[in-house]
Design a protein around this ligand. Structure first.
Ligand SMILES: NC(=O)c1ccc[n+]([C@@H]2O[C@H](COP(=O)([O-])OP(=O)(O)OC[C@H]3O[C@@H](n4cnc5c(N)ncnc54)[C@H](OP(=O)(O)O)[C@@H]3O)[C@@H](O)[C@H]2O)c1
Length: 298
């Protein structure tokens, strides 16, 4: 793509952490047409990564409680797109403040930190696991800030966490379960997708879009077999934050780990329809999505 034909050129990433933001920074730095890349962090002292930031990325300190300064930073860099990677616990606080500043600064597209199971129509009324993510989109509608939601299922590098492999060297499967397909996607594919669509799709294709990605669709039993690991049938998934792991595993075994999940139907959308699992993959033309073995060498 010619440098000047990119849909959006100036990006701000919220959060400098060791999970998704380094992948998004890398993907945007490599993406033709991206001219400005600012990473907003509460601290510019401690970088999550010892790697220097790739050009044109720059780290800028953010005070989410100072609305005027946030607006100023976004305006100063003529920001087209804000990509939020803030943690789930601050969605109703920090992220709301950032969205309000983005609206005032004339930002054209906001990515809330979805990047997981489908939260669309999860409740938005304080009900259901991760419902605050759905509530955020209601608020973005209210302030008329265009946003794009990216559902990815489980990140491939988080499979050892979800299955408790990191705790006991086994794929731990809830008793009587293990046969439900789960969408999984590599972190570099999630990030590459965002960089690609923001520079190649039209503003109307991006505004208020729901992208349902799926690198690979795998059951817990298939994960064990593909990684060549023993299986243990358990009542809870062990390891740090065992309760959260067990909740996510339970949701996945119910079917809600599929990016085709429809909370109204309590089932999957038509796999060949526009909202089926992996339906968003089609927007990244020609891309070969990573498989579990490409990412996890255990
Ligand atoms: N599908 C999956 O497998 C999977 C796995 C993990 C996470 N996720 C999703 O990815 C998203 C990000 O999760 P995460 O685990 O990466 O988040 P996290 O580590 O908890 O937080 C990410 C960043 O939020 C920023 N932040 C801004 N204001 C903050 C505040 N008041 N308190 C704490 N942090 C603040 C921090 O960046 P600065 O310090 O630079 O300001 C922090 O590094 C979530 O939506 C989560 O559900 C999905």
């Amino acid at each position: 793509m010619a440098q000047n034909s990119a849909t959006y050129k100036s990006f701000v990433i919220l959060g400098n952490n060791d999970s998704l933001s380094p992948w998004i920074i890398d993907a945007l730095a490599k993406q033709p047409g991206v001219t400005t890349l600012i990473i907003l962090s509460r601290s510019t002292l401690s970088s999550a990564s010892s790697k220097p930031l790739p050009s044109p990325a720059k780290l800028v300190q953010a005070d989410y409680d100072n609305h005027d300064s946030l607006v100023q930073i976004l305006k100063e860099h003529a920001t087209d797109v804000v990509i939020s990677t803030v943690g789930q616990t601050v969605i109703t606080d920090t992220q709301k403040k950032a969205a309000s500043a983005a609206k005032e600064a004339g930002v054209k597209l906001f990515f809330p930190p979805e990047y997981g199971v489908v939260t669309y129509r999860l409740g938005g009324k304080g009900q259901g696991f991760m419902s605050e993510k759905d509530e955020f989109s209601d608020e973005s509608d209210l302030i008329e800030l265009p946003y794009a939601r990216v559902f990815t299922g489980i990140w491939l590098r988080w499979i050892p966490w979800l299955t408790g492999l990191d705790a006991n060297g086994k794929i731990n499967i809830l008793k009587g379960k293990g046969d439900t397909p789960i969408s999984t996607t590599a972190e570099e594919d999630i990030s590459g997708f965002i960089a690609y669509v923001c520079t190649n799709l039209s503003p109307s294709e991006l505004a208020n879009a729901r992208f349902r990605l799926e690198g690979e669709r795998l059951t817990a039993k298939q994960i064990a077999s593909r990684l060549n690991k023993p299986v243990e049938y358990v009542d809870i998934i062990h390891g740090e934050a065992s309760e959260v792991r067990t909740t996510v595993a339970t949701e996945c075994e119910h079917g809600a780990g599929s990016t085709g999940w429809n909370h109204d139907l309590n089932g999957d959308n038509d796999p060949n329809g526009p909202e089926g699992a992996g339906s968003g993959n089609r927007f990244w033309k020609g891309h070969v999505w990573k498989k579990i073995e490409d990412v996890l060498q255990l």
